[in-house]
Design a protein around this ligand. Structure first.
Ligand SMILES: [Fe+2]
Ligand SMILES: [Fe+2]
Length: 187
């Protein structure tokens, strides 16, 4: 058959028949070509990463509020809330793919790509947050590359999260610049 006559999609009868098989798998159809367990493991690692980021930003928010660094504290809180949204999105996708989101505190730090470091002062806190964001940026980029064109929904979700982490990293870089240039704590 000439290329121009070849159907772009599988023929509709095949698609309809396939959709009726394995209905218990919900959104996961037979054309899902990735290893689902690998994707679920990667997503659970991303979930742990987000939860650790929520905890670290929350700790930093309250610590910074305590030392009267209001504008930095506000930034920490905003990031904490956005990481929580990411965690929820990832957990939701894990369920859609027929997996179980792992919220167990046990092993959370091992599953997480980023670390939990409190930091001795405001500048240290911001630096630790920037390190964590850079780790997330790196590991999410890698997951996106692994997914390639084989799971567009997960990929799109992670690309959106990735863009947010890049924004976070940029916010933190700006904060570090402001703090180190003026020498005074931003309030
Ligand atoms: Fe995040
Ligand atoms: Fe982030």
């Amino acid at each position: 058959m000439a290329a121009k006559d070849r159907p772009f999609l599988s023929d509709i009868q095949t698609i309809r028949k396939r959709a009726r098989q394995h209905m218990e798998r919900g959104a996961v159809t037979d054309t899902y070509s990735l290893d689902r367990n690998t994707v679920l493991k990667l997503l659970n690692e991303a979930l742990a990463t987000e939860i650790i980021c929520v905890l670290r930003y929350k700790a930093h928010y309250f610590l910074a509020s305590g030392i009267n660094a209001k504008s930095v504290a506000a930034e920490f809180l905003e990031h904490a809330n956005e990481e929580q949204v990411h965690a929820d999105q990832i957990a939701q996708r894990i369920v859609q793919l027929g997996g179980e989101p792992n919220f167990s505190p046990e092993g959370m730090l091992t599953r997480s790509h980023s670390e939990y470091v409190e930091g001795a002062n405001l500048l240290d806190m911001i630096k630790e947050d920037l390190v964590a964001e850079r780790i997330a940026i790196d590991s999410y980029s890698e997951i996106v590359r692994y997914l390639g064109g084989n799971d567009p929904t997960t990929r799109r979700m992670l690309e959106e999260i990735l863009a947010k982490e890049e924004e976070h990293a940029d916010d933190l870089r700006t904060l570090i610049e402001t703090l180190t240039n003026t020498g005074a704590p931003a309030t």
